[in-house]
Design a protein around this ligand. Structure first.
Ligand code: BDR
Ligand code: CA
Length: 366
């Protein structure tokens, strides 16, 4: 962890100037309270494919956020690609002061299923970028998460935009970690439908057991699922806006999106030439919470279903009733009446506001 520690001390200096920029941003973003003048400290855990890449660039162009570390996980493509893709995005944004750690290559207990049919064989929609020069830190993703959370109790928000394997490993590494995390904001699940099976969304489908650990953790959770993320689709018009701006972040975002739509636009996942911005919407919520409407639910993840593993099931109120037990002899038919929500779930989205924010951040001159 020495390399992480030295990078963190370098960040202290950078953090000061970012705080000043964040304060200046208050006049531009009146929804931010005075309390929000301090940038929110986050770790982004990503399976860097196409929309993760845009989410990372958005975060790095937003002074309201202080990204303490990036952690990579397998998902859209294997870790051998998500890790270099994460490093590439950090380099493009000129933020090589932020540590990047390698995480889990496989889900907790299952074989890895990827989504190269949406993200391309390289995870960036076949857009070609040079090998990154930056190296990952020596510590693993779960160690980095655990260390940052321990050193900053109650301060760190984890923004999880891939399968939850790394986050679950950090939570399982010792019982106290969860109590010290401020919040876990995740892209995943849905209260209505899936995008891999009729019932499961990709991130939860890939590692349902990890998602279960997170939903059982007692950490304050916010879930941004398909019911809202599929309502923010980017197409050629917005890509042209990105292309017109001459900064390197905007150019990279446009290159990835254009290539994805051209190479993969006729397959699964891209509808009428438009691609859902699942992960950027999740990050955007931290910049302007009014983009999403949230509602409290008790959410649990299906782990045993032969056809439905990874499904997120949300209860709005008691009774919370699970499937009937097999050993009927001793079972009581007593649903839980002590309703306790464990998740803020996004139920509505202002897509116009989202795109305005996304495009303005990516196209802004450095
Ligand atoms: C989620 O799965 C991935 O393909 C995307 O990056 C997003 O995180 C959407 O189901
Ligand atoms: Ca993702």
């Amino acid at each position: 962890m020495t390399s992480l520690v030295s990078r963190v001390s370098r960040r202290t200096f950078l953090g000061t100037s970012i705080t000043a920029t964040a304060a200046a941003a208050l006049s531009t973003f009146p929804f931010l309270s005075v309390e929000a003048a301090q940038p929110r400290r986050i770790i982004i855990d990503a399976d860097t494919g196409v929309d993760d890449a845009i989410a990372i660039l958005l975060a790095l162009r937003s002074p309201e956020l202080k990204v303490e570390a990036f952690t990579a996980v397998s998902g859209n493509v294997p870790l051998t690609l998500t890790l270099p893709n994460t490093l590439r995005m950090v380099e493009i944004a000129g933020r090589t002061d932020i540590p990047v750690a390698a995480g889990a290559a496989t889900p907790l207990v299952r074989n890895l299923i990827t989504a190269s049919y949406v993200h391309g064989t390289n995870g960036l929609g076949e857009a070609d970028f040079p090998e990154p020069k930056m190296k990952p830190v020596a510590a693993t993703a779960s160690e980095v998460i655990r260390r940052l959370v321990y050193d900053n109790p109650g301060e760190i928000t984890i923004v999880a935009i891939g399968p939850l394997t790394n986050v679950a490993l950090a939570l399982k590494s010792d019982a106290a970690v969860g109590k010290k995390i401020k919040e876990i904001l995740m892209m995943g699940g849905s209260l209505s439908h899936g995008n891999v099976t009729p019932s499961a969304e990709f991130n939860f489908y890939v590692d349902p057991e990890a998602a279960r650990v997170v939903f059982d953790s007692g950490v304050p959770l916010t879930m941004v699922g398909l019911n809202v993320t599929e309502r923010v689709r980017i197409g050629k018009e917005q890509i042209a806006v990105l292309e017109a701006a001459k900064n390197s972040v905007s150019q990279a975002a446009a290159k990835i999106l254009r290539s994805t739509i051209e190479h993969l636009g006729h397959g699964r996942g891209i509808v009428q030439g438009k691609m859902a911005m699942h992960d950027p919407l999740t990050v955007a919520y931290l910049l302007d919470p009014s983009i999403l409407t949230l509602k409290e639910y008790y959410v649990q993840i299906e782990t045993t279903g032969e056809l439905s593993a990874g499904e997120s099931v949300g209860y709005e109120a008691a009774p919370v009733r699970f499937s009937p037990p097999m050993d009927t002899g001793l079972a009581t038919d007593a649903p839980r009446l002590d309703f306790k929500a464990n998740t803020q779930v996004a139920v509505d989205v202002d897509s116009e506001k989202f795109f305005k924010l996304l495009l303005s951040r990516l196209t802004a001159t450095n």
